[in-house]
Design a protein around this ligand. Structure first.
Ligand code: NAD
Ligand code: TYD
Length: 367
């Protein structure tokens, strides 16, 4: 835990009205599905632009909940933000909205600066204006990534004090957003918390990311693209464990503190892909090893970070958080979820996805 202040660490904070941005995306929707039911006294307003990655179907289970509402809009829209702050009197913001896929940031970095940097700035301004001179505690929680710290070799872990060294346009845009959040704390006294998290997986993840992409391609017998030799290492965290950590940070952490949330489940991409394919074979009664034949080694991602790993001991020690899923049980549950929710997957894969897929993988020899 990096603590940039000392005054109010570990006071309980019980927000009455929370603005959640990007709540129709993968992590945001899992967060809302948990928080809206866990905190019935708290109002949650989900502001989402519904880009290709936003899907209100993820939230079907809470759409009628009395403490939940949806607002369709862009975090760059300052008038809309002012109206929402005015109407709902938010005392907390949990900011998920972002362009989130590294490969898309390589194809089109501009959208990443527009949403992740400028959008975060507009949101910070709105919170600052609404909260200036107000009584009572407030929190601006920025949900960020381990990728801001750059790339590790085969040893070591990032800590919250590691110097930022982002290497992709996505990582650079998230790093810039983190810097803006801290700068608003220092300059204007805005009360913030930041969480930096490792690779998430689980239900409702858009199938441009490795795990749902592999499951989907295996389901349809399509080739599985593995970048380079598949030796890069990621640390995987089940989204429900992430959501549990986020909820603790918002409610228990002091302002101006930074928390790293990792799964302690490191694995190389090729080993992970094999694990997923073997699980698909097992769950669909195919002969063991059948789907491994689908693997294709393709041109590597430019600037591909070798490894990420986070030291999560501070959140474990100080907020009592532990991940409940190990990778084997988490992967089995996730494969089963995607197999049982093929209709969810098919509904989101229109022409846009096919265009993206062609652009991303066509030149790598996979259509
Ligand atoms: P996602 O791409 O699945 O969802 C992003 C959501 O933000 C979508 O619902 C989209 O419609 C919305 N959105 C995009 N631009 C917007 C705008 N301008 N205004 C309003 N809404 C907008 O992303 P995710 O995987 O759920 O990630 C959520 C957050 O967590 C992001 O900030 C990401 O950087 C961070 N994060 C993700 C991971 C991961 O493994 N997925 C890991 C660490 C950190
Ligand atoms: P991804 O899910 O895009 O997350 P991130 O880039 O944020 O880590 O990718 C996870 C790893 O899998 C990363 O090392 C890139 C690799 N990868 C592939 O090998 N093939 C693919 O088709 C994709 C999408 C990713």
């Amino acid at each position: 835990m990096r603590d940039d202040s000392s005054d109010d660490v570990f006071k309980m904070f019980n927000p009455s009205s929370v603005l959640v941005t990007g709540g129709a995306g993968f992590i945001g929707s899992n967060y809302l599905l948990h928080a809206v039911r866990a905190h019935p006294q708290t109002r949650y307003v989900n502001l989402d632009a519904l880009t290709y990655a936003g899907n209100l179907a993820n939230l079907a289970d809470i759409e009628g909940a009395p403490n939940y509402s949806f607002a369709h809009g862009d975090i760059n829209d300052s008038d809309l933000l002012a109206r929402l702050f005015d109407e709902y009197g938010f005392d907390a913001v949990v900011h998920f909205a972002a362009e989130s896929h590294v490969d898309r940031s390589i194809l089109n970095p501009t959208a990443f600066v527009t949403t992740n940097v400028h959008g975060t700035l507009v949101l910070l301004q709105a919170a600052r204006e609404a909260w200036e001179g107000a009584d009572g505690p407030r929190r601006f929680h920025h949900v960020s990534t381990d990728e801001v710290f750059g790339s590790l070799g085969s040893e070591g872990h990032f800590t919250a004090d590691t110097t930022y060294a982002p290497r992709s346009p996505y990582a650079a845009s998230k790093a810039a957003a983190d810097h803006l959040v801290r700068a608003f704390g220092t300059t204007y006294g805005l009360p913030w918390v930041i969480t930096n998290t490792s690779n998430n997986y689980g239900p409702y993840q858009f199938p441009e990311k490795l795990i749902p992409l592999v499951i989907r391609n295996a389901m349809t017998g399509a080739p599985i693209p593995v970048y380079g030799k598949g030796e890069n290492v990621r640390d995987w965290l089940h989204v429900e464990d992430h959501v549990d950590a986020l909820d603790r940070v918002l409610h228990q952490a002091g302002t101006r503190s930074t928390w790293l949330i990792g799964g302690d489940q490191e694995i190389s991409n090729l080993e992970l892909v094999h694990m997923l394919l073997d699980e698909v074979d097992r769950a669909t009664d195919k002969e063991a090893g059948t789907s491994r034949n689908l693997v294709r080694f393709v041109t590597d991602r430019p600037g591909h970070d070798f490894r990420y790993a986070l030291d999560s001991s501070p959140i474990q020690k100080e907020l009592g958080w532990r991940p409940k899923h190990d990778l084997a049980s988490g992967i089995a549950a996730t494969v089963s979820w995607y197999l049982n929710n093929a209709a969810w997957m098919n509904a989101i894969l229109g022409g846009d996805y096919r265009d993206y897929y062609k652009m991303q993988y066509g030149s790598r020899g996979m259509n």
